[in-house]
Design a protein around this ligand. Structure first.
Ligand code: GUN
Ligand code: FE
Length: 451
C-alpha cells in the first residue's frame, strides 16, 4: 500500500513533526518500509508509477494522518457500566458495582456482546492498540483476545488474578491460588498460539488486579510466570489513599517496591494510575523500565488526584495514556489527552486565589498538547516496548485519517492557508469520532465510516 498525504507524528515529547504531502510505502507485513519527502528524487517516479494503482491512497483535501492511539489501561468488562456510579469511593464502587458486573462474564454470550462492541468502539475512536484487563474467567479472557484478533486491533489481554478469599467476594474470585496460577499459564499459552495467526499481534499479559486482591504466593507465582514466558505485566499501583495505605500496612513499603519484590516491575510492565508514587518509586520505575498508564479522567473521579506526570517523565519513566474504562467514562484517548493537559494545569496553578488560605500549586507541572499527543502515541509504544505510535520507517502502519472538512463535523478552519500547527492543535482538541474516517492497523483497514 502507498499513502499520499500530510501527517503529524512526535519528533520528541515536546515537538510534533509535520510531514507535508509525503508518501508512505507500507510492505506486506504492514510495516512502514519507506517514507518519501516531496524533495526526494524518488518522489515523482513513485507518483508516476503508482498514483493510478488500486493500492494507492491519496488523502482528500482537509484530511490528515495521525498515528493510531495506544490505550494503556482498560477494564474491558466494565464497558457494560461505563458512565455510571462515578460518585462512589473506589472500594465501594468495586464491591457494589464493579465485581457484580465483572462476575457476569462467566457467560460467554454476554462477554461476546460487550467485548465486540467495545473493540469496535475503540477502533472507531482511533485506538489501534489496547492493554486490557479482562476478568478472572480464563475462557472469556481468551474470547476477548480472539475478538481483538478478528477485528484487527492489537490487543494485549490479561486474565485478572484475584485469589485472596479474605479480600474478594466468593462470587467473584479465583477458586484458589494454584488454580489462579494454572489458569494464567494456560491463558498465556493459548494467546501465544492465537498470536501465530494474528497479523497485528495479540499478547498475553500477567495481571494481578492490585496488591490487595492477591496473596503473596500468587504475586510471586505471577512474577515467575512473566519471567518464564517473557510477557507483559499490568496492575494498579498507588492509585488512591485507601490502596496506598493498605499496602503500607501489609508490607511497610510503597506499592512500587512491594511489586518489585515479587518480580512484577520489568521492562514490559505497565502500572495504572501511580498517583502516590514518590521520587524513589519513580526512580525504581525508570530503572526497571516500568511504565505508567496515566488515566487523568479516572484519577479525577476515583483518586481525587492529579499525578505529577511532568516530574516523572523528567525522571525517565515511560508514560502513556489510558481511558481506565469504566472508572474513566469515555472510550476516547482524545478526551484523555485533553484532560491530561487540563489536569496538569490545575496541579500547576489550580487553586482559587480569591480564598485567603490559597497557595499556588506545584511549579513546572504543566504539559502541552504536544506532550499529551506524544503520550497517546509514541509514549504508549515505548511503554509496551513495541514499534508502534510513530510514523517512521520500521514502525507498524497504525494510523487514523482525520477529516477536518466533513460537512456534519467540520473543524473551525476558515483560512485557506491556515498554519499547520494550528490545524494539529484543532485536531487534538476538537476531533470527534465522526471526523475519524478510517483507521488502519498493521497495514489493514479496520474501520471506515460511511457518514
Ligand atoms: N483497583 C482495583 N481494581 C480497580 C478497577 O477496576 N478500577 C480502578 N480504577 N482501580 C482499581
Ligand atoms: Fe483500572
Amino acid at each position: 500500500q502507498i499513502f499520499h498525504g500530510t501527517a503529524f507524528t512526535s519528533k520528541s515529547a515536546k515537538e510534533v513533526e509535520q510531514l507535508v504531502d509525503y508518501l508512505f510505502c507500507i510492505n506486506e507485513d504492514g510495516i512502514i518500509e519507506k517514507i518519501v519527502a516531496p524533495s526526494d528524487s524518488e518522489y515523482e517516479k513513485l507518483l508516476d508509477a503508482y498514483s493510478e494503482a488500486e493500492n494507492f491512497h491519496r488523502l482528500a483535501d482537509g484530511q490528515y494522518l495521525l498515528p493510531g492511539f495506544v490505550d494503556l489501561h482498560v477494564h474491558a468488562p466494565q464497558w457494560a457500566q461505563s458512565g455510571t456510579a462515578l460518585d462512589l469511593p473506589l472500594y465501594d464502587w468495586l464491591n457494589t458495582y464493579t465485581f457484580p458486573v465483572e462476575s457476569k462474564f462467566s457467560d460467554l454470550d454476554y462477554a461476546k456482546k460487550v467485548y465486540e462492541d467495545l473493540v469496535s468502539t475503540f477502533l472507531a475512536n482511533g485506538t489501534t492498540t489496547a492493554l486490557y484487563f479482562a476478568t478472572v474467567h480464563k475462557e472469556a479472557s481468551l474470547l476477548l483476545a480472539k475478538i481483538c484478533s478478528e477485528k484487527g486491533q492489537r490487543g494485549l489481554v490479561g486474565k485478572v488474578v484475584m485469589d485472596d478469599p479474605e479480600q474478594n467476594p466468593d462470587y467473584y474470585r479465583d477458586q484458589d491460588t494454584q488454580t489462579a496460577l494454572a489458569d494464567t499459564e494456560e491463558f498465556i499459552l493459548a494467546v501465544k498460539d492465537l498470536a501465530k495467526s494474528t497479523k497485528q499481534g495479540v499478547y498475553p499479559v500477567v495481571t494481578p488486579r492490585f496488591i490487595p486482591s492477591c496473596t503473596d504466593e500468587a504475586l510471586k507465582g505471577l512474577g515467575e510466570l512473566a519471567a518464564k514466558y517473557d510477557t507483559h505485566i499490568q496492575s494498579h499501583c498507588s492509585e488512591g489513599d485507601w490502596e496506598h495505605n493498605y499496602v503500607q500496612d501489609r508490607f511497610q513499603k510503597n506499592d512500587a517496591f512491594a511489586l518489585n519484590d515479587f518480580g512484577l516491575l520489568r521492562d514490559k510492565s505497565v502500572m495504572a494510575h501511580c498517583n502516590f508514587l514518590d521520587d524513589n518509586d519513580a526512580e525504581l520505575f525508570a530503572k526497571t523500565g516500568t511504565a505508567i498508564g496515566h488515566c487523568p479522567i479516572s484519577n479525577a473521579y476515583f483518586a481525587n488526584s492529579v499525578i505529577p506526570i511532568a516530574r516523572f517523565h523528567k525522571k525517565g519513566v515511560d508514560i502513556g495514556l489510558g481511558t481506565d474504562i469504566s472508572a474513566g467514562s469515555t472510550p476516547s484517548i482524545f478526551d484523555n489527552a485533553r484532560q491530561a493537559v487540563v489536569s496538569s494545569r490545575m496541579l500547576e496553578d489550580g487553586v482559587n486565589t480569591a480564598l485567603p488560605a490559597a497557595k499556588r500549586g506545584v511549579p513546572n507541572s504543566r504539559i502541552t498538547i504536544n506532550e499529551a499527543f506524544y503520550f497517546a502515541t509514541a509514549g504508549g509504544g515505548e511503554s509496551l516496548s513495541l514499534p508502534i505510535g510513530r510514523l517512521e520507517e520500521n514502525y507498524a502502519w497504525d494510523v487514523q485519517i482525520i477529516d477536518t472538512k466533513l460537512s456534519t463535523a467540520k473543524l473551525p478552519i476558515f483560512n485557506a492557508n491556515e498554519d499547520l500547527y494550528d490545524i494539529f492543535q484543532k485536531i487534538m482538541y476538537l476531533t470527534r469520532p465522526e471526523n475519524i474516517r478510517e483507521v488502519w492497523v498493521q497495514g489493514e483497514r479496520v474501520h471506515s465510516r460511511a457518514n
